[in-house]
Ligand binder design. Structure first.
Ligand SMILES: Cc1cc2nc3c(=O)[nH]c(=O)nc-3n(C[C@H](O)[C@H](O)[C@H](O)COP(=O)(O)O)c2cc1C
Length: 365
C-alpha cells in the first residue's frame, strides 16, 4: 500500500480523515501510515526543535548533564553521569535538578507547538539515570502567555550582577508560589532582614571550601572559560566589583561582566524546598525552578539561581531555619531589576547531535 496524492492532499484533510477512515490493516506497508494519521506521534523534527529549546535550560555550571532519546513516539530523558560535578555535587542532586529544568523547558516548547505531554517520572525507580518517559498528544491549545514563556526560554540567562529591588512597577509575579506548588515544591520569599544570615551561610561555605583543592579545581575547570562542551564563559561571570556587590553569590573567579549601574544588590531571594529528599523530588525541583525563572523573565525581572548554600550541611541548616516549615532547601533564586540596556549574556550549549538521538521505528510494531 502506498500513499499518494489521492489519499489526502493537505494536513487538514489528514486530520479530518483520521476520524472517518476505518482502521486499515497496514502491517507491512512501506510507508509509516501510523505517523501520518496518529495524533500521538509527533514528527521527528518537532521533537528535535523542542529538545533544542529544552537544552536552553539552566544547569549547574552549565554542565548540561542530559541525554534525550526518541523512538516509537516516546521521548526519554536520561542523566549523563559523566557530567556529574563530583566535588560540588557528589550525590548528583543538582545534576537531576538541572535535568528537571530541561524537562519543564521541553513541556513549554511543546505546548507552543500544540503538543501536550504525559510524563512518567523516574520510571525505573529512584536509583536509575532514566529520569522521564514522555508521550505526546496533539491537543494543546496554547494561550498568549504560553508564547511569552516560549520567548522567555530564549531571553532568560543567569545574571550575576547586583540587581535593583522588585517594586510596585516591577513586582514579583503572583503566580510563583502556584507554579512551584504544581510540582509539590514549596516556595518561600525571604524578607530583606534575612540578608545577613544568607551572607553568613555564603561566608561559611566559602571558608570551608577555601582549601578544598578538588572543589576549587572543578570550579575553575567549569567557570571562567567555556568550550563547545559546556562551562560558564568569562563574560557571563561578574567582574570583581560587581561580585563584591552581591554578598550572597557563589565565589566564582572574576569575570568580564562589568556593566552595572547598581552597586549593591537589592534583589529578593526565593527558596525552593521539599518535604522529602530523592530523585523524584529533585526532578520536580528542577521543573519548579525552570517555571519560576521563566515566569520572572516574562515579568521583565532578572534572575540567578544560587545553590552553594545548599551544598554543605552547615549552610543548608542555616537556610532550613529560615523556612516556615523546615524541610529540605534545594535551590535559592535571586530576583530583581537588572540592567535593562545590556545585551543578554547567553552561555553556549552543546550541539544537539551530542545530546539527542533517534532510533529507527521497528516496522513490525
Ligand atoms: C541546579 C543549578 C544550580 C546552579 N547554581 C548556581 C550558583 O550557585 N550560582 C550561580 O551563579 N549560578 C548557578 N546556576 C546557574 C548556572 O550556572 C547557569 O544556568 C548556567 O551557567 C547556564 O547559563 P544560563 O542560565 O545563563 O543559561 C545554577 C543552575 C542550576 C540549574
Amino acid at each position: 500500500m502506498t500513499i499518494g496524492p489521492n489519499f489526502a492532499s493537505t494536513e487538514g484533510e489528514h486530520l479530518k480523515l483520521q476520524h472517518r477512515l476505518p482502521v486499515p490493516d497496514y502491517r507491512g506497508a512501506k510507508f509509516d501510515l501510523e505517523v501520518l494519521v496518529n495524533n500521538t506521534i509527533p514528527d521527528e523534527n518537532v521533537v528535535r526543535i523542542a529538545v533544542d529549546l529544552a537544552c536552553r535550560a539552566p544547569s549547574v555550571h552549565n554542565s548540561q548533564p542530559w541525554q534525550w532519546r526518541y523512538a516509537d513516539g516516546q521521548l526519554d530523558l536520561y542523566t549523563e553521569r559523566g557530567r556529574i560535578l563530583t566535588s560540588t555535587d557528589p550525590s548528583g542532586r543538582q545534576l537531576v535538578v538541572s535535568c528537571g529544568a530541561a524537562l519543564n523547558h521541553l513541556q513549554i516548547a511543546l505546548i507552543a507547538l500544540k503538543w501536550s505531554t504525559d510524563i512518567r517520572r523516574v520510571p525505573e525507580g529512584p536509583h536509575s539515570g532514566h529520569l522521564a518517559s514522555i508521550r505526546f498528544r496533539h491537543d494543546a491549545r496554547p494561550q498568549s502567555h504560553d508564547f511569552d514563556l516560549l520567548a522567555a526560554i530564549r531571553h532568560r540567562h543567569s545574571d550575576r550582577r547586583p540587581f535593583g529591588p522588585v517594586s510596585v512597577q516591577t513586582p514579583l509575579p503572583t503566580t510563583l508560589a502556584e507554579v512551584a506548588r504544581h510540582q509539590d515544591v514549596h516556595l518561600t520569599v525571604l524578607g530583606q532582614g534575612t540578608r545577613p544570615t544568607l551572607a553568613k551561610a555564603t561566608e561559611l561555605t566559602a571558608a570551608a571550601r577555601k582549601y578544598d583543592s578538588a572543589y576549587q579545581a572543578e570550579l575553575h575547570w567549569w567557570a571562567g572559560h567555556s568550550t563547545s562542551s559546556g562551562g560558564i564563559p568569562s563574560n557571563a561571570l561578574a567582574s570583581g566589583d560587581n561580585r563584591e556587590g552581591v554578598a550572597i553569590g557563589r565565589r566564582f573567579p572574576d569575570g568580564r561582566d562589568d556593566n552595572a549601574t547598581t552597586k549593591i544588590d537589592h534583589s529578593t531571594v526565593l527558596v525552593l524546598s521539599t518535604d522529602t529528599e530523592g530523585r523524584g523530588e529533585w526532578l520536580r525541583v528542577g521543573e519548579a525552578l525552570s517555571a519560576v525563572l521563566l515566569e520572572s523573565t516574562v515579568a521583565g525581572l532578572a534572575t540567578c539561581p544560587l545553590t552553594h548554600m545548599t551544598e554543605l550541611n552547615q549552610g543548608r541548616e542555616i537556610i532550613r531555619e529560615l523556612l516556615p516549615d523546615g524541610g529540605f532547601p534545594q535551590a535559592l533564586v535571586r530576583v530583581g531589576v537588572g540592567e535593562g540596556k545590556s545585551p543578554p549574556r547567553q552561555t553556549p550549549r552543546r550541539p544537539i547531535e551530542s545530546v539527542f538521538s533517534m532510533a529507527r521505528r521497528d516496522p513490525r510494531r
